[in-house]
Design a protein around this ligand. Structure first.
Ligand code: ADP
Ligand code: MG
Length: 261
């Protein structure tokens, strides 16, 4: 098992799960053409939950979290985010996207813009935030991810781990209430994984609602309150990390764990 987290004491005091529902997915199904990629997904995420989604490649993890901010369209069932149902109504989609931040495996920073410009672009042009204020917010989050000194550099001058922390800071500049992570450390060299996980841990410690697709099971054990296992487009099993790892119920989960741990 990955020991990336071994050195880090995680402060769970602010990681409280409230009664308030952040995301409610009911009977959701999705097809890519004729391929039935997500089957009868039911998932309720309360505010303050840290959920890790695990499962084999191709099981639908990315598709599931991309549906939550409508980067993918579902065909049946309901997805409600912060009380707003995702339909073709563009107003609703904008509202949900303004509350949900997403970080991908590849950082997707604009290479011709400085770090500071990458961080202020959406606040200035989408949110109409005055430039000076957007820059102050950007610097606040660059401090938070511990690379304020990189503000005037270009993405190509940063390491992969630093670029991913910029991508996280860029999301935070939009003040999301929910953060979705899709394998944020999978493209990184081992020595850079920890610095990105540490940033994610800090967000969790501050009470952020998070859904993280990741193979970092050390992170899952330290931070998650719930682990969800997907296979072939279905949620096969979910449990608290202790029981998920020590007492998996389904054969498919056992097989998966035997391959990664
Ligand atoms: P995971 O993130 O668990 O690896 P994905 O959600 O990326 O899984 O993909 C689930 C399945 O859907 C895979 O079989 C994949 O090949 C397929 N798939 C993903 N994206 C598309 C797409 N845009 N069009 C058609 N099939 C897709
Ligand atoms: Mg994926």
């Amino acid at each position: 098992m990955s020991d990336t987290m071994a050195a880090r004491e995680v402060d769970r005091s602010h990681m409280q799960v409230s009664d308030e529902i952040a995301i409610d997915i009911n009977g959701m199904n999705k097809w890519y053409g004729t391929f039935h990629v997500l089957r009868d997904i039911n998932l309720t995420v309360n505010r303050g939950e840290r959920i890790v989604v695990a499962g084999p490649s191709g099981s639908g993890k990315s598709t599931l979290i991309r549906c939550i901010n409508r980067l993918e369209v579902h065909q049946a069932g309901k997805i409600v985010v912060d009380g707003t149902e995702l339909t073709s109504d563009l107003k609703n989609i904008d509202k949900v996207r303004s509350e949900v931040g997403m970080v991908f495996q590849h950082f997707n920073l604009f290479p011709h813009l400085t770090i500071l410009e990458n961080l202020t672009l959406a606040p200035i042009w989408v949110r109409k935030t005055p430039k000076k204020e957007a820059e102050e917010v950007a610097m606040h989050y660059l401090h938070k991810v511990k690379i304020p000194e990189q503000a005037l550099k270009y993405p190509g001058q940063l390491s992969g781990g630093q670029q991913q922390r910029v991508a996280i800071a860029r999301s935070l500049c939009m003040k999301p209430r929910i953060m979705l992570f899709d394998e944020p450390t999978s493209a990184l060299d081992p020595e850079m994984i920890k610095e990105v996980l540490d940033t994610m841990i800090e967000l969790a410690e501050e009470g952020m609602t998070m859904i993280c697709v990741t193979h970092e099971m050390g992170f899952a054990q330290a931070v998650a309150n719930r682990v969800i296992f997907m296979d072939q487009g279905q949620i096969v099993e979910q449990n608290n990390p202790h029981d998920f790892f020590n007492n998996p119920k389904s054969e498919r989960t056992k097989l998966f764990l035997s391959q990664i741990l």
